[in-house]
Design a protein around this ligand. Structure first.
Ligand SMILES: *Cc1c(COP(=O)(O)O)cnc(C)c1O
Length: 410
């Protein structure tokens, strides 16, 4: 393989706590310190090999950034066409929130209806390339659905465990993909214990829990690359992200730093804002105390299911991303986020997920406290489609009489 024609410039893995190096061409979990491993690339060679102009002519999916993704051989790419989601102006909602330049990156358009497909596409592709036969994970629903379907496409097995009250559609997705699926009477952490125990008994299976393997993060970081590319290789002032396990916000932060090192963007990084629900806000609590890590959040509960993570393995990386960029962390109530979800649909025609809606609900308090200026360019990540959460809308539809009369109109 000549360096100049490499599909990937992955060089090694690095412990996110100690910086210790690990071999990227072996199947790896966490570091010996129990911390997430971060993929590192030979960015100097990437800079010499590819330019934003080259990328512009490529297929509009996340594999257009393949030099900074971990899959070494293009033939191992397992894709359902994920990535290059639209970056849409939100003028009406922006007016309501007092913002002149509000944009939404809409991840509802990716396969499986959430941005989890990005992590699954890259994670499954790289696992297949390294000879993994099956993947096992606990999930709040969306990640399990995405990994089960991408594993099916890769001809790989999957073992998924999710809380009993996870969105039923995500169970249906796992089941139709042929996953070995279990429900647990508890939260994602309880599902994790079951998976940890089960994976040891299955030869060739890898545990791919959030940040316990290095490549899901690489898939999710492509949201950061896309935002910059879609703005003409420029960064916005602020990015809001609904934060659960934190992979998305950590990934965007990583992408921004890589792009700056590559010389693809210049200047200060956008302020990264971690948004949570008041029913599960460990990162917000830690931020308010100025802490570098979070405490487990007791009795976690919110309708924004994807962000119900009481204690994230990568909490310190989320907090780093927020502190380093001069961002903040903020929580909104379920009532506020559901109201924002309804307003988005009425004002913008966008039926977004409750997690994404949490970010929109956070805009008003952030404007009022002066944390976001009226004319700043603000990007909100809508991490999934509302279509996956029909139960968030109370449907109350009058029945027409047989003669077609509208009830109550005589
Ligand atoms: C998983 C999930 C999140 C949280 O993402 P992290 O990267 O784990 O913080 C947000 N929204 C939706 C719809 C999700 O499924």
């Amino acid at each position: 393989m000549t360096p100049s024609s490499a599909y990937s410039f992955l060089s090694h893995l690095e412990c996110s706590r100690t910086g210790e190096r690990y071999d990227a061409d072996a199947v790896q979990g966490t570091s010996s310190a129990g911390a997430p491993l971060l993929a590192r690339y030979d960015l100097e060679r990437v800079r010499d090999t590819v330019t934003p102009r080259d990328i512009a002519g490529r297929v509009p999916d996340l594999w257009r950034y393949h030099e900074v993704l971990p899959v070494r051989d293009e033939r191992h790419v397992v894709s359902l066409g994920e990535g290059m989601t639209p970056l849409l102006p939100m003028r009406a909602y922006g007016r309501r929130a007092g913002l002149t330049r509000l944009l939404m990156k809409d991840e509802g358009l990716v396969p499986t209806g959430t941005f989890k497909a990005r992590g699954a596409a890259v994670g499954v592709s790289r696992a297949a390339e390294l000879g993994v036969k099956g993947v096992a994970m606990p999930t709040n629903g969306n990640a399990g659905a995405a990994w089960a379907l991408y594993a099916a496409r890769a001809g790989m097995g999957s073992l998924i465990a999710m809380p009993d009250d996870a969105p039923p559609i995500t169970m249906a997705e796992c089941q139709i993909a042929g996953a070995e699926l279990y429900r647990v009477d508890g939260l994602i952490g309880d599902a994790g214990k079951l998976v940890g125990a089960a994976v040891g008994e299955r030869a060739g299976y890898q545990e791919v829990s959030t940040l316990k393997e290095p490549y899901r993060l690489e898939g999710k970081k492509t949201m950061g690359y896309e935002i910059a590319e879609q703005l003409g290789w420029r960064m916005p002032d602020v990015i809001l992200y609904p934060t659960g396990g934190g992979v998305g916000i950590i990934g965007i932060h990583k992408a921004l730093r890589e792009m700056r090192e590559l010389g693809w963007v210049e200047g200060d990084l956008p302020r990264l804002i971690a948004v949570q629900a008041t029913g599960c806000a460990p990162i917000v609590r830690a931020f308010e105390k100025g802490a570098r890590e979070s405490e487990p959040f007791a009795n976690a509960r919110t309708v924004a299911f994807g962000i119900t993570v009481p204690k994230a393995l990568g909490d310190f990386l989320v907090l780093d991303a927020v502190y380093e960029t001069g961002g903040t962390a903020i929580a909104v109530t379920d009532e506020q986020l559901l109201a924002a979800q309804a307003e988005l649909a009425e004002l913008e025609g966008a039926f977004i997920c409750p997690e994404g809606a949490a970010c929109f609900a956070a805009l008003e308090p952030l404007r009022e406290s002066g944390r976001i200026g009226a004319d700043e360019e603000v990007v909100v990540l809508n991490t999934g489609t509302g279509v996956k959460y029909p139960e968030t809308v109370r449907v109350d539809v009058p029945l027409l009489a047989k003669d077609g009369r509208i009830p109550g109109r005589g």
